[in-house]
Ligand binder design. Structure first.
Ligand SMILES: *Cc1c(COP(=O)(O)O)cnc(C)c1O
Length: 428
């Protein structure tokens, strides 16, 4: 495939936008090569600036669960735009989408809308601190909760249990309040609670990790976190920005049968427009301004265009439970197809999958946490990525990202992908 035009567009972008992109993963730094500039998308397909058609396995990192330019969503946005695009005043639309979201998701009474997953997670942690009057949080290495300071923390070295900043600009003061544990390691979390029994406001976790490839929770792990939170009177925050309205109507809470105290959303909830949200039972949400003392606000929060896209998306999902079953079936078909080819090769591999989330790791280690996720052969992954791209298949441009299937993918698309892999594997 040719990428002359993308290449030229990238050059021009680099002159005026740092690194040429507005979010780092888009720059293809992990896999090398030229980032692809998109012109338009419809259903399961992306059409790029060079006129290539690509089968999309990212779905805008999750939101386009029903495929690109899904008509009910597009129609809702178009007709809403004619009425004005922002007022800084409440609209009935916000109540409508709140009522629907609350009816779909277990264990929530109230929901507050924001503009991104980052904002949702940042606000959820502030709320948890305000409710518990404690300052520390526990997060898991390799989980992503957006780019707010408290989350840009990596494991510290040696005996210290608190983290250190993973980005310049994050202060050591902030890092002190974020404790790190390996995903799926309940002993490490127990140890943190023993060390700081009265200081931990909340655990925040991706109930199914999607930002170090797909890593499902081990049996009993989330149950263990739930009971530690109950024992130490900390709050359990499920970051369902990825899994919410994707794994089931009610997200991971519903699929896995675990109750969280605060849940965050984004991605699918906005139907492709910038929306995030956080939600909880009323005894927690009542702490939020203007009802309570914990401050949180947003000029464009509850924006009518974004809310109309989100409402149309949720209505589609709510009216159509089969979507989640279909998605899981297609993902399983992809899994079986890739595995049957890999089995006959000498290439070590792991495939992790849950619902419509799946990732392929070139390692013999079972991938259960950040350490095992990073044990894969990156060179091989990069060849795989570019090989598949050359066959017209767009996978996440990093070994540490899950694929997110969309309902517009046909069985033929999946089989085309598997057949492409039959060719690509010979080059790995
Ligand atoms: C994408 C993501 C976020 C951040 O959402 P943005 O809208 O990119 O700010 C937070 N948590 C998880 C689990 C995510 O996948």
């Amino acid at each position: 495939m040719q990428y002359q035009r993308s290449s030229a567009l990238f050059k021009a972008a680099q002159n005026v936008i740092p690194g040429g992109v507005n979010s780092p993963v888009r720059a293809f730094k992990a896999v090398g090569g030229t980032p692809i500039f998109v012109e338009r998308a419809k259903g399961a397909y992306l059409y790029d600036a060079d006129g290539n058609k690509l089968i999309d396995y990212i779905a805008s990192w999750g939101p386009m669960i029903l495929g690109h330019a899904h008509e009910p969503v597009i129609d809702a946005v178009k007709s809403r735009a004619d009425l004005g695009t922002s007022f800084g005043m409440p609209t009935a639309l916000e109540t409508q989408i709140a009522e629907l979201a609350i009816s779909m998701v277990p264990n929530i009474d109230k929901i507050r809308f924001v503009n991104s997953g980052t904002e949702a997670c940042m606000s959820a942690v502030r709320l948890a601190r305000g409710v518990t009057k404690r300052e520390k949080i526990i997060k898991f290495s390799g989980c992503y909760h957006g780019h707010s300071d408290a989350f840009l923390i990596e494991a510290g070295s040696g005996a210290v249990t608190f983290g250190s900043p993973s980005s310049p600009g994050v202060t050591i003061g902030t890092a002190k309040d974020t404790l790190l544990a390996p995903y799926n390691n309940i002993e490490a979390v127990t140890q943190l609670f023993i060390e700081y029994p009265d200081e931990i406001a909340a655990i925040i976790i991706e109930p199914v990790a999607g930002n170090m490839g797909c890593i499902p929770p081990a049996d009993g792990f989330l149950e263990g976190l739930r009971s530690l939170c109950d024992q130490y009177e900390s709050l359990l925050i499920f970051d369902e920005v990825m899994t919410g309205f994707r794994l089931a109507k009610g997200g991971a809470q519903e699929l896995l049968g675990i109750k969280a105290d605060i849940v965050t959303f984004g991605k699918v909830l906005g139907g492709g427009l910038p929306v995030g949200a956080f939600a909880a039972k009323n005894d927690i949400m009542k702490y939020l301004a203007p009802e309570g003392p914990v401050y949180q606000a947003g000029t464009l929060s509850g924006n009518p265009l974004a809310m109309s896209a989100g409402l149309a998306m949720l209505q589609e999902l709510n009216d159509n439970d089969q979507v989640f079953i279909r998605l899981a079936t297609k993902t399983a078909r992809l899994h079986e197809g890739l595995a049957s080819i890999l089995k006959d090769s000498k290439i070590p591999y792991q495939i992790n999958r849950l619902g419509s989330m799946i990732s392929l790791h070139f390692t013999e280690n079972e991938v259960i946490d950040f350490e095992t996720a990073t044990s894969g052969n990156n060179k091989r992954f990069n060849k795989y990525f570019h090989g598949m791209l050359n066959e017209g298949i767009y996978l996440p441009p990093s070994a540490f990202e899950s694929y997110f299937l969309n309902d517009a993918l046909s069985i033929e698309d999946i089989d085309f992908t598997i057949n492409a892999f039959k060719k690509v594997i010979n080059t790995l």
